[in-house]
Design a protein around this ligand. Structure first.
Ligand code: AMP
Ligand code: ZN
Length: 478
Protein backbone atom coordinates (compact mmCIF):
# COMPACT_ATOMS: atom_id res chain seq x y z
CA UNK A 1 0.00 0.00 0.00
CA UNK A 2 1.34 3.40 -0.96
CA UNK A 3 1.60 6.11 1.70
CA UNK A 4 -0.34 9.37 1.59
CA UNK A 5 1.38 11.95 -0.58
CA UNK A 6 0.76 15.70 -0.81
CA UNK A 7 2.01 18.38 -3.17
CA UNK A 8 1.00 21.79 -4.48
CA UNK A 9 -1.40 21.50 -7.37
CA UNK A 10 -1.34 24.57 -9.65
CA UNK A 11 -4.85 23.73 -10.79
CA UNK A 12 -6.45 24.06 -7.35
CA UNK A 13 -3.78 26.52 -6.07
CA UNK A 14 -3.29 24.55 -2.86
CA UNK A 15 -1.44 21.56 -1.45
CA UNK A 16 -3.63 18.56 -2.33
CA UNK A 17 -3.59 14.97 -1.28
CA UNK A 18 -2.54 13.02 -4.35
CA UNK A 19 -5.00 10.34 -5.44
CA UNK A 20 -4.02 8.60 -8.70
CA UNK A 21 -6.56 7.23 -11.17
CA UNK A 22 -5.36 3.69 -10.54
CA UNK A 23 -4.43 2.82 -6.98
CA UNK A 24 -0.65 2.74 -6.43
CA UNK A 25 0.17 3.68 -10.04
CA UNK A 26 1.18 7.06 -11.38
CA UNK A 27 1.19 8.24 -14.97
CA UNK A 28 3.40 11.28 -15.30
CA UNK A 29 4.16 13.56 -18.23
CA UNK A 30 6.96 16.10 -18.28
CA UNK A 31 7.56 18.75 -20.92
CA UNK A 32 10.97 18.03 -22.41
CA UNK A 33 13.58 20.39 -23.80
CA UNK A 34 13.48 22.38 -27.00
CA UNK A 35 16.68 21.07 -28.57
CA UNK A 36 18.06 24.13 -30.35
CA UNK A 37 20.70 24.90 -27.74
CA UNK A 38 22.29 23.47 -24.59
CA UNK A 39 20.05 23.07 -21.56
CA UNK A 40 21.29 25.52 -18.90
CA UNK A 41 21.53 24.70 -15.22
CA UNK A 42 18.13 26.39 -14.71
CA UNK A 43 16.46 23.89 -17.04
CA UNK A 44 18.31 21.14 -15.20
CA UNK A 45 16.99 22.41 -11.84
CA UNK A 46 13.48 21.76 -13.16
CA UNK A 47 14.43 18.20 -14.13
CA UNK A 48 16.17 17.54 -10.81
CA UNK A 49 13.05 18.52 -8.88
CA UNK A 50 10.88 16.35 -11.14
CA UNK A 51 13.27 13.46 -10.58
CA UNK A 52 13.01 14.02 -6.84
CA UNK A 53 9.20 13.98 -7.15
CA UNK A 54 9.26 10.66 -9.02
CA UNK A 55 11.66 9.07 -6.54
CA UNK A 56 9.71 10.45 -3.58
CA UNK A 57 6.53 8.89 -4.99
CA UNK A 58 8.41 5.61 -5.46
CA UNK A 59 9.74 5.86 -1.90
CA UNK A 60 6.15 6.26 -0.72
CA UNK A 61 5.24 3.04 -2.57
CA UNK A 62 3.90 4.23 -5.93
CA UNK A 63 4.87 2.82 -9.30
CA UNK A 64 5.60 5.69 -11.70
CA UNK A 65 5.59 5.68 -15.49
CA UNK A 66 7.05 8.86 -16.90
CA UNK A 67 6.92 10.16 -20.46
CA UNK A 68 8.89 13.08 -21.87
CA UNK A 69 8.74 14.75 -25.27
CA UNK A 70 11.60 16.30 -27.18
CA UNK A 71 10.57 19.50 -28.95
CA UNK A 72 12.32 19.29 -32.28
CA UNK A 73 9.73 21.16 -34.30
CA UNK A 74 7.24 23.99 -34.03
CA UNK A 75 8.43 26.06 -31.05
CA UNK A 76 8.63 29.72 -32.00
CA UNK A 77 10.73 32.16 -30.01
CA UNK A 78 7.62 33.60 -28.40
CA UNK A 79 5.37 31.05 -26.73
CA UNK A 80 2.44 32.90 -28.32
CA UNK A 81 3.19 31.58 -31.84
CA UNK A 82 5.18 34.60 -32.95
CA UNK A 83 8.85 35.31 -33.55
CA UNK A 84 11.20 32.92 -35.27
CA UNK A 85 11.35 29.14 -35.27
CA UNK A 86 13.80 28.15 -32.55
CA UNK A 87 15.09 25.05 -34.32
CA UNK A 88 15.57 26.88 -37.60
CA UNK A 89 17.43 29.67 -35.82
CA UNK A 90 19.70 27.07 -34.16
CA UNK A 91 20.41 25.38 -37.51
CA UNK A 92 21.27 28.70 -39.17
CA UNK A 93 23.49 29.75 -36.28
CA UNK A 94 25.54 26.57 -36.56
CA UNK A 95 25.30 25.96 -40.32
CA UNK A 96 23.78 22.54 -39.73
CA UNK A 97 20.51 20.89 -40.65
CA UNK A 98 17.61 21.03 -38.19
CA UNK A 99 17.84 17.27 -37.58
CA UNK A 100 21.59 17.51 -36.90
CA UNK A 101 20.92 20.27 -34.39
CA UNK A 102 18.16 18.20 -32.76
CA UNK A 103 20.38 15.12 -32.44
CA UNK A 104 23.37 17.03 -31.09
CA UNK A 105 21.42 18.93 -28.43
CA UNK A 106 19.28 15.94 -27.45
CA UNK A 107 22.45 13.94 -26.73
CA UNK A 108 24.01 16.87 -24.85
CA UNK A 109 20.80 17.27 -22.83
CA UNK A 110 20.70 13.65 -21.63
CA UNK A 111 24.40 13.70 -20.79
CA UNK A 112 23.81 16.56 -18.34
CA UNK A 113 20.42 15.22 -17.28
CA UNK A 114 21.97 11.92 -16.15
CA UNK A 115 25.14 13.46 -14.71
CA UNK A 116 23.07 15.11 -11.98
CA UNK A 117 21.65 11.75 -10.91
CA UNK A 118 18.34 11.87 -12.82
CA UNK A 119 16.74 8.65 -13.97
CA UNK A 120 15.96 8.63 -17.70
CA UNK A 121 12.22 8.80 -18.47
CA UNK A 122 10.53 5.50 -19.36
CA UNK A 123 9.49 6.94 -22.71
CA UNK A 124 11.25 9.72 -24.62
CA UNK A 125 9.42 10.81 -27.75
CA UNK A 126 10.52 13.46 -30.25
CA UNK A 127 7.64 15.53 -31.65
CA UNK A 128 8.67 14.67 -35.22
CA UNK A 129 7.78 11.00 -34.50
CA UNK A 130 4.12 11.78 -33.93
CA UNK A 131 2.86 13.84 -36.87
CA UNK A 132 -0.05 11.41 -37.67
CA UNK A 133 -1.25 11.66 -34.04
CA UNK A 134 -1.16 15.48 -34.19
CA UNK A 135 -3.13 15.49 -37.45
CA UNK A 136 -5.72 13.15 -35.96
CA UNK A 137 -6.28 15.34 -32.89
CA UNK A 138 -6.57 18.47 -35.03
CA UNK A 139 -9.11 16.74 -37.30
CA UNK A 140 -11.25 15.83 -34.29
CA UNK A 141 -11.02 19.37 -32.91
CA UNK A 142 -12.19 20.73 -36.27
CA UNK A 143 -15.04 18.22 -36.41
CA UNK A 144 -16.17 19.14 -32.92
CA UNK A 145 -16.10 22.85 -33.75
CA UNK A 146 -13.21 23.77 -31.42
CA UNK A 147 -10.89 24.70 -34.26
CA UNK A 148 -11.08 26.72 -37.46
CA UNK A 149 -9.03 27.35 -40.58
CA UNK A 150 -7.91 30.86 -41.42
CA UNK A 151 -5.27 32.17 -43.79
CA UNK A 152 -4.11 28.60 -44.45
CA UNK A 153 -3.43 27.79 -40.78
CA UNK A 154 -5.55 25.85 -38.28
CA UNK A 155 -6.32 27.60 -34.97
CA UNK A 156 -7.87 26.56 -31.68
CA UNK A 157 -10.91 28.70 -30.88
CA UNK A 158 -10.57 29.65 -27.20
CA UNK A 159 -13.95 31.43 -27.19
CA UNK A 160 -15.57 27.96 -27.23
CA UNK A 161 -14.42 27.36 -23.65
CA UNK A 162 -16.15 28.46 -20.46
CA UNK A 163 -12.89 28.79 -18.56
CA UNK A 164 -9.73 29.21 -20.59
CA UNK A 165 -7.41 30.61 -17.88
CA UNK A 166 -7.59 27.47 -15.72
CA UNK A 167 -4.50 28.12 -13.60
CA UNK A 168 -5.25 31.69 -12.66
CA UNK A 169 -7.00 33.57 -9.92
CA UNK A 170 -9.50 36.28 -10.90
CA UNK A 171 -6.80 38.99 -10.63
CA UNK A 172 -4.32 37.02 -12.71
CA UNK A 173 -6.98 36.39 -15.33
CA UNK A 174 -7.53 40.12 -15.66
CA UNK A 175 -3.80 40.74 -16.02
CA UNK A 176 -3.44 37.99 -18.59
CA UNK A 177 -6.32 39.37 -20.61
CA UNK A 178 -4.70 42.81 -20.64
CA UNK A 179 -1.31 41.22 -21.50
CA UNK A 180 -2.76 39.28 -24.38
CA UNK A 181 -4.67 42.33 -25.68
CA UNK A 182 -1.49 44.41 -25.63
CA UNK A 183 0.67 41.84 -27.39
CA UNK A 184 2.36 43.80 -30.16
CA UNK A 185 2.64 41.18 -32.84
CA UNK A 186 -0.79 40.51 -34.15
CA UNK A 187 -1.88 37.53 -36.22
CA UNK A 188 -4.82 38.85 -38.21
CA UNK A 189 -6.12 35.33 -38.80
CA UNK A 190 -6.95 34.77 -35.14
CA UNK A 191 -10.59 35.29 -34.14
CA UNK A 192 -9.58 35.83 -30.52
CA UNK A 193 -6.27 37.07 -29.15
CA UNK A 194 -5.83 33.89 -27.08
CA UNK A 195 -6.42 31.51 -30.01
CA UNK A 196 -3.37 29.47 -30.85
CA UNK A 197 -2.00 27.64 -33.87
CA UNK A 198 -2.56 23.89 -34.17
CA UNK A 199 -1.11 23.56 -37.68
CA UNK A 200 0.82 26.04 -39.80
CA UNK A 201 0.74 25.88 -43.57
CA UNK A 202 1.27 29.56 -44.17
CA UNK A 203 3.90 31.06 -42.01
CA UNK A 204 6.47 33.72 -42.46
CA UNK A 205 9.22 31.10 -42.65
CA UNK A 206 9.59 30.47 -46.34
CA UNK A 207 12.52 28.17 -45.64
CA UNK A 208 10.86 26.10 -42.89
CA UNK A 209 12.99 22.96 -42.97
CA UNK A 210 10.62 20.32 -41.62
CA UNK A 211 7.26 20.03 -43.34
CA UNK A 212 4.65 17.32 -43.64
CA UNK A 213 1.60 16.70 -45.76
CA UNK A 214 -1.71 17.23 -43.99
CA UNK A 215 -5.41 17.62 -44.88
CA UNK A 216 -4.78 21.40 -44.74
CA UNK A 217 -1.71 21.47 -46.95
CA UNK A 218 2.00 20.98 -46.43
CA UNK A 219 3.11 22.45 -43.12
CA UNK A 220 4.10 21.76 -39.54
CA UNK A 221 2.45 21.55 -36.11
CA UNK A 222 2.09 24.27 -33.49
CA UNK A 223 4.05 23.75 -30.28
CA UNK A 224 1.32 22.86 -27.78
CA UNK A 225 -0.28 19.97 -29.67
CA UNK A 226 2.75 17.71 -29.17
CA UNK A 227 2.45 17.38 -25.41
CA UNK A 228 -1.25 16.50 -25.49
CA UNK A 229 -0.75 13.87 -28.19
CA UNK A 230 2.47 12.34 -26.86
CA UNK A 231 0.99 12.08 -23.38
CA UNK A 232 -2.18 10.37 -24.65
CA UNK A 233 -0.21 8.08 -26.98
CA UNK A 234 1.72 6.56 -24.07
CA UNK A 235 -0.38 7.24 -20.98
CA UNK A 236 -3.96 7.10 -22.20
CA UNK A 237 -6.91 9.47 -21.80
CA UNK A 238 -6.39 10.20 -18.11
CA UNK A 239 -3.14 11.56 -16.84
CA UNK A 240 -2.22 11.73 -13.16
CA UNK A 241 0.54 14.35 -13.00
CA UNK A 242 1.79 16.86 -15.55
CA UNK A 243 5.08 18.65 -14.79
CA UNK A 244 6.93 21.67 -16.08
CA UNK A 245 8.61 24.90 -15.09
CA UNK A 246 6.45 27.87 -14.00
CA UNK A 247 6.95 29.54 -17.38
CA UNK A 248 5.16 26.59 -19.01
CA UNK A 249 1.92 27.36 -17.17
CA UNK A 250 0.82 30.07 -19.58
CA UNK A 251 0.21 29.73 -22.45
CA UNK A 252 1.67 26.22 -22.97
CA UNK A 253 -0.13 24.19 -20.28
CA UNK A 254 -3.26 26.32 -20.50
CA UNK A 255 -3.42 25.49 -24.22
CA UNK A 256 -2.63 21.82 -23.63
CA UNK A 257 -5.62 21.57 -21.31
CA UNK A 258 -7.85 23.49 -23.72
CA UNK A 259 -7.17 21.19 -26.66
CA UNK A 260 -6.93 17.91 -24.69
CA UNK A 261 -10.21 18.29 -22.83
CA UNK A 262 -12.02 19.56 -25.93
CA UNK A 263 -10.73 16.54 -27.83
CA UNK A 264 -11.52 14.02 -25.08
CA UNK A 265 -14.77 15.51 -23.82
CA UNK A 266 -13.70 14.93 -20.20
CA UNK A 267 -11.17 16.06 -17.64
CA UNK A 268 -7.63 15.10 -18.62
CA UNK A 269 -5.14 15.69 -15.84
CA UNK A 270 -5.89 16.37 -12.17
CA UNK A 271 -2.48 17.40 -10.81
CA UNK A 272 -0.11 20.02 -12.21
CA UNK A 273 3.36 20.25 -10.69
CA UNK A 274 5.31 23.42 -11.52
CA UNK A 275 8.78 24.17 -10.25
CA UNK A 276 10.18 27.64 -9.95
CA UNK A 277 13.13 29.13 -11.79
CA UNK A 278 16.81 29.34 -11.17
CA UNK A 279 18.05 32.89 -11.55
CA UNK A 280 21.49 34.33 -11.74
CA UNK A 281 22.28 37.76 -10.36
CA UNK A 282 21.37 39.32 -13.67
CA UNK A 283 17.90 37.72 -13.59
CA UNK A 284 16.26 34.70 -15.15
CA UNK A 285 18.52 32.30 -17.01
CA UNK A 286 17.51 31.89 -20.60
CA UNK A 287 18.71 29.68 -23.44
CA UNK A 288 17.96 32.31 -26.02
CA UNK A 289 20.30 34.83 -24.31
CA UNK A 290 23.37 33.18 -25.86
CA UNK A 291 26.18 31.95 -23.57
CA UNK A 292 24.63 29.38 -21.26
CA UNK A 293 25.95 27.89 -18.07
CA UNK A 294 25.53 24.13 -18.34
CA UNK A 295 26.23 21.17 -16.08
CA UNK A 296 29.08 20.19 -18.43
CA UNK A 297 30.62 23.64 -17.95
CA UNK A 298 30.34 23.23 -14.16
CA UNK A 299 32.12 19.90 -14.53
CA UNK A 300 34.90 21.48 -16.58
CA UNK A 301 35.30 24.04 -13.81
CA UNK A 302 35.91 21.19 -11.36
CA UNK A 303 32.47 20.80 -9.74
CA UNK A 304 30.92 17.40 -9.30
CA UNK A 305 27.45 17.55 -11.00
CA UNK A 306 26.00 15.95 -7.85
CA UNK A 307 27.08 19.03 -5.91
CA UNK A 308 24.72 20.99 -8.16
CA UNK A 309 21.97 18.47 -7.37
CA UNK A 310 22.68 18.90 -3.65
CA UNK A 311 22.45 22.68 -4.08
CA UNK A 312 19.01 22.31 -5.72
CA UNK A 313 17.68 19.83 -3.15
CA UNK A 314 18.47 22.18 -0.30
CA UNK A 315 15.85 24.68 -1.38
CA UNK A 316 12.13 24.25 -2.01
CA UNK A 317 11.04 23.66 -5.59
CA UNK A 318 8.32 26.33 -5.42
CA UNK A 319 10.74 29.12 -4.52
CA UNK A 320 12.97 30.92 -7.00
CA UNK A 321 16.60 29.99 -6.42
CA UNK A 322 19.56 32.28 -7.00
CA UNK A 323 22.71 30.73 -8.35
CA UNK A 324 26.21 31.94 -7.48
CA UNK A 325 29.61 30.28 -7.51
CA UNK A 326 30.15 31.29 -3.86
CA UNK A 327 27.12 29.30 -2.78
CA UNK A 328 28.14 26.40 -5.01
CA UNK A 329 31.62 26.43 -3.41
CA UNK A 330 30.02 26.21 0.04
CA UNK A 331 27.78 23.40 -1.16
CA UNK A 332 30.82 21.53 -2.50
CA UNK A 333 32.53 21.84 0.88
CA UNK A 334 29.40 20.60 2.69
CA UNK A 335 29.03 17.73 0.24
CA UNK A 336 32.66 16.67 0.71
CA UNK A 337 32.25 16.71 4.49
CA UNK A 338 29.16 14.58 4.16
CA UNK A 339 31.00 12.08 1.96
CA UNK A 340 33.86 11.98 4.46
CA UNK A 341 31.40 11.38 7.31
CA UNK A 342 29.84 8.49 5.36
CA UNK A 343 33.29 7.07 4.56
CA UNK A 344 33.96 6.81 8.28
CA UNK A 345 30.95 4.57 8.91
CA UNK A 346 31.92 0.98 9.62
CA UNK A 347 29.76 -1.95 8.64
CA UNK A 348 29.70 -2.96 12.29
CA UNK A 349 27.04 -5.61 12.65
CA UNK A 350 23.32 -5.90 12.45
CA UNK A 351 21.07 -3.06 11.32
CA UNK A 352 18.67 -1.88 14.04
CA UNK A 353 15.45 -2.34 12.06
CA UNK A 354 13.31 -0.37 14.52
CA UNK A 355 15.56 2.71 14.35
CA UNK A 356 15.81 2.38 10.58
CA UNK A 357 12.02 2.19 10.18
CA UNK A 358 11.52 5.22 12.42
CA UNK A 359 13.91 7.37 10.35
CA UNK A 360 12.52 6.09 7.08
CA UNK A 361 9.04 7.09 8.19
CA UNK A 362 10.22 10.63 9.00
CA UNK A 363 12.04 10.85 5.68
CA UNK A 364 9.00 9.62 3.77
CA UNK A 365 6.76 12.15 5.55
CA UNK A 366 9.15 14.97 4.60
CA UNK A 367 9.28 14.15 0.91
CA UNK A 368 5.52 13.47 0.84
CA UNK A 369 4.90 16.91 2.36
CA UNK A 370 5.04 18.99 -0.81
CA UNK A 371 8.44 17.54 -1.66
CA UNK A 372 10.30 19.03 1.30
CA UNK A 373 13.75 18.01 0.11
CA UNK A 374 15.64 20.33 2.45
CA UNK A 375 13.90 18.65 5.40
CA UNK A 376 14.87 15.30 3.88
CA UNK A 377 18.52 16.41 3.91
CA UNK A 378 18.16 17.51 7.55
CA UNK A 379 16.81 14.06 8.41
CA UNK A 380 19.87 12.53 6.74
CA UNK A 381 22.09 14.61 9.06
CA UNK A 382 19.94 13.62 12.05
CA UNK A 383 20.39 9.96 11.13
CA UNK A 384 24.16 10.37 10.96
CA UNK A 385 24.12 11.92 14.44
CA UNK A 386 21.67 9.39 15.89
CA UNK A 387 22.43 7.16 18.83
CA UNK A 388 22.68 3.96 16.83
CA UNK A 389 25.36 1.80 15.24
CA UNK A 390 27.15 2.57 11.97
CA UNK A 391 25.52 -0.31 10.08
CA UNK A 392 22.10 1.26 10.70
CA UNK A 393 23.37 4.68 9.63
CA UNK A 394 24.85 3.22 6.47
CA UNK A 395 21.59 1.45 5.68
CA UNK A 396 19.75 4.77 6.15
CA UNK A 397 22.14 6.68 3.90
CA UNK A 398 21.51 4.08 1.20
CA UNK A 399 17.78 4.19 1.77
CA UNK A 400 17.56 8.02 1.56
CA UNK A 401 19.74 8.03 -1.52
CA UNK A 402 16.91 6.31 -3.39
CA UNK A 403 15.39 9.80 -3.47
CA UNK A 404 18.33 12.14 -2.99
CA UNK A 405 20.55 10.34 -5.55
CA UNK A 406 23.72 11.97 -4.22
CA UNK A 407 25.74 8.75 -4.53
CA UNK A 408 27.12 9.28 -1.04
CA UNK A 409 28.16 5.66 -0.57
CA UNK A 410 29.82 5.49 -4.00
CA UNK A 411 31.74 8.70 -3.36
CA UNK A 412 32.69 7.52 0.14
CA UNK A 413 34.11 4.31 -1.32
CA UNK A 414 36.07 6.30 -3.91
CA UNK A 415 37.42 8.49 -1.11
CA UNK A 416 38.56 5.44 0.84
CA UNK A 417 40.18 3.98 -2.24
CA UNK A 418 42.06 7.19 -2.96
CA UNK A 419 43.08 7.26 0.70
CA UNK A 420 44.29 3.68 0.28
CA UNK A 421 46.81 4.99 -2.20
CA UNK A 422 48.64 6.50 0.76
CA UNK A 423 49.34 3.02 2.14
CA UNK A 424 52.90 3.23 0.85
CA UNK A 425 53.48 6.51 2.63
CA UNK A 426 55.31 6.44 5.93
CA UNK A 427 52.64 6.80 8.70
CA UNK A 428 54.69 9.52 10.43
CA UNK A 429 54.86 11.53 7.23
CA UNK A 430 51.13 10.99 6.64
CA UNK A 431 50.36 12.31 10.11
CA UNK A 432 52.61 15.31 9.50
CA UNK A 433 50.96 16.10 6.16
CA UNK A 434 47.44 15.85 7.62
CA UNK A 435 48.32 18.12 10.54
CA UNK A 436 50.00 20.69 8.32
CA UNK A 437 47.05 20.77 5.92
CA UNK A 438 44.71 21.35 8.83
CA UNK A 439 46.97 24.09 10.24
CA UNK A 440 47.09 25.76 6.85
CA UNK A 441 43.28 25.64 6.54
CA UNK A 442 42.98 27.33 9.95
CA UNK A 443 45.51 30.00 8.93
CA UNK A 444 43.64 30.66 5.69
CA UNK A 445 40.37 30.93 7.56
CA UNK A 446 41.96 33.51 9.85
CA UNK A 447 43.20 35.30 6.72
CA UNK A 448 46.77 34.71 7.89
CA UNK A 449 48.06 34.08 4.39
CA UNK A 450 51.72 34.47 5.35
CA UNK A 451 51.48 31.44 7.65
CA UNK A 452 49.48 29.53 5.04
CA UNK A 453 52.20 30.16 2.45
CA UNK A 454 54.93 29.22 4.92
CA UNK A 455 53.20 25.88 5.56
CA UNK A 456 52.98 25.23 1.83
CA UNK A 457 56.75 25.86 1.55
CA UNK A 458 57.46 23.65 4.56
CA UNK A 459 55.52 20.79 2.97
CA UNK A 460 57.28 21.34 -0.32
CA UNK A 461 60.61 21.14 1.42
CA UNK A 462 59.57 17.64 2.59
CA UNK A 463 58.67 16.67 -1.00
CA UNK A 464 54.93 17.20 -0.62
CA UNK A 465 53.10 19.35 -3.15
CA UNK A 466 49.63 20.59 -2.27
CA UNK A 467 46.89 21.88 -4.50
CA UNK A 468 43.66 23.67 -3.65
CA UNK A 469 40.82 22.14 -5.64
CA UNK A 470 37.05 22.48 -5.53
CA UNK A 471 36.99 19.16 -3.66
CA UNK A 472 39.37 20.48 -1.02
CA UNK A 473 43.12 20.25 -0.62
CA UNK A 474 44.85 17.49 -2.58
CA UNK A 475 48.50 16.50 -2.14
CA UNK A 476 51.10 14.37 -3.84
CA UNK A 477 54.68 13.32 -3.21
CA UNK A 478 57.09 14.78 -5.72
P1 AMP B 1 12.83 24.62 -22.75
O1 AMP B 1 13.88 23.72 -23.32
O2 AMP B 1 13.13 26.07 -22.93
O3 AMP B 1 11.45 24.25 -23.26
O4 AMP B 1 12.84 24.39 -21.15
C1 AMP B 1 12.92 23.13 -20.56
C2 AMP B 1 12.35 23.20 -19.16
O5 AMP B 1 13.12 24.10 -18.34
C3 AMP B 1 10.92 23.71 -19.11
O6 AMP B 1 10.18 22.87 -18.22
C4 AMP B 1 11.02 25.12 -18.56
O7 AMP B 1 9.89 25.46 -17.82
C5 AMP B 1 12.24 25.00 -17.66
N1 AMP B 1 12.97 26.27 -17.46
C6 AMP B 1 13.21 27.27 -18.36
N2 AMP B 1 13.95 28.26 -17.81
C7 AMP B 1 14.21 27.88 -16.52
C8 AMP B 1 14.93 28.48 -15.41
N3 AMP B 1 15.57 29.64 -15.52
N4 AMP B 1 14.96 27.79 -14.23
C9 AMP B 1 14.33 26.59 -14.12
N5 AMP B 1 13.65 25.99 -15.11
C10 AMP B 1 13.58 26.61 -16.30
ZN1 ZN C 1 4.74 20.54 -22.99
Amino acid sequence: MAEKFYFYNSLTRKVDEFVPNESGKVSMYTCGPTVYHFAHIGNIRTYIMQDALIKALEYAGYEVKRVMNITDVGHLSSDADTGEDKMLAGAKREHKSVMEIAKFYTDAFFKDFEAVGNKKPDVIEPATNCIPEFIHMIEVLLEKGYAYQAGGNVYFDTSKLDDYYVFSSAIEKEQLEVGVRDDVEEDVNKKNKTDFVLWFTKSKFEDQALKWDSPWGVGYPGWHIECSCISMKHLGDKLDIHCGGVDNMFPHHTNEIAQSESYLGHKWCGYWFHSNHLNDRAGKMSKSKGAVLTVSVLKEKGYDPLVYRFFCLQSHYRKPLEFSFEVLDNTAATYNKLVKRVSELKNDGAVDEAVKAEFEKKFCEAVSDDLNTSMAVTILYDALKADTNDATKLALVESFDRVLSLDLVGHAKALLESADDTSDVDPELLKFITEKIEERAAAKKAKDFATADAIREELLSKGVEIKDTREGVKWQLI
